[in-house]
Design a protein around this ligand. Structure first.
Ligand code: SAM
Length: 213
């Protein structure tokens, strides 16, 4: 069982993520579990403050470190947990990284930043910092979903048909998947390549290999 924990100030982002499609199925089969923690529940002041001004000045607010550390202490740890801070300045996330996460750990804990990010002292409480790409999002929630979705589908039995992982883009022997077609055979004058209709599986395999980039 792989357990995903999210620390966020916007827990409702994960409502449909958790309850739709194969992710929901994998939860009901107890292959994975998702727990979303509202960071404001780990504050101690009346206003449930999660941010403050940066020392030294600068634009915007920063997320305070204490509530996050309190949340991390409260989240029950499994045998092989990994604490991940999401940040555009982190290590670029890749399919290889997703495979490593799926194999090495049984719990991934994500800290979703907002505002200008998180007080840098968070580095003493995390295992690594991950970026989902060289661009800036408003918060870590969408980034966490991208990482979780790519990891959970690599967990044995999470997908209906495990074969579908084998020839995918970014899998081991090819970088990108070959072109694929479904019915109708002709759409708006655009035909399905003849070879795919031939029934000759050897030739089809060769054609596909030649077209994977
Ligand atoms: N001031 C920060 C900077 O320049 O690096 C950007 C902060 S961003 C507006 C707020 C939060 O969104 C970040 O703390 C992080 O959690 C999340 N975030 C934004 N872009 C991301 C990315 N490419 N990958 C992962 N997380 C990202």
């Amino acid at each position: 069982m792989m357990r995903f924990d999210i620390i966020t100030i916007f827990p409702r982002f994960f409502d449909s993520f958790a309850t739709e499609s194969l992710f929901a199925k994998a939860q009901s089969k107890k292959i994975i579990s998702l727990r979303v923690h509202n960071l404001r529940d780990f504050t101690k002041d009346k206003h449930r403050t999660v941010d403050d001004r940066p020392y030294g000045g600068g634009a915007g607010m920063l997320m305070k470190v204490e509530p996050i550390v309190r949340a991390l202490k409260k989240i029950k740890k499994t045998n092989r947990p990994r604490v991940i801070l999401l940040s555009p300045a982190g290590t670029q996330f890749t399919q290889k990284k997703a495979a490593g996460f799926a194999k090495k750990y049984d719990q991934l804990i994500f800290i979703c930043g907002r505002y200008e990010g998180v007080d840098s002292r968070i580095k003493h409480y995390i295992d690594e910092t991950i970026s989902v790409g060289p661009y800036v999002l408003n918060g870590g929630e969408v980034a966490a979903m991208a990482v979780i979705e790519s990891v959970f589908r690599l967990i044995p039995d999470a997908l209906g048909n495990p074969k579908s992982l084998k020839e995918e883009s970014w899998s081991s022997d090819t970088d990108k998947e070959y072109p694929q077609y479904t019915r109708p055979e002709v759409f708006d004058g655009h035909r399905v390549p003849k070879i795919l209709l031939s029934g000759d599986h050897r030739k089809i395999a060769e054609w596909r290999t030649g077209r994977a980039r």
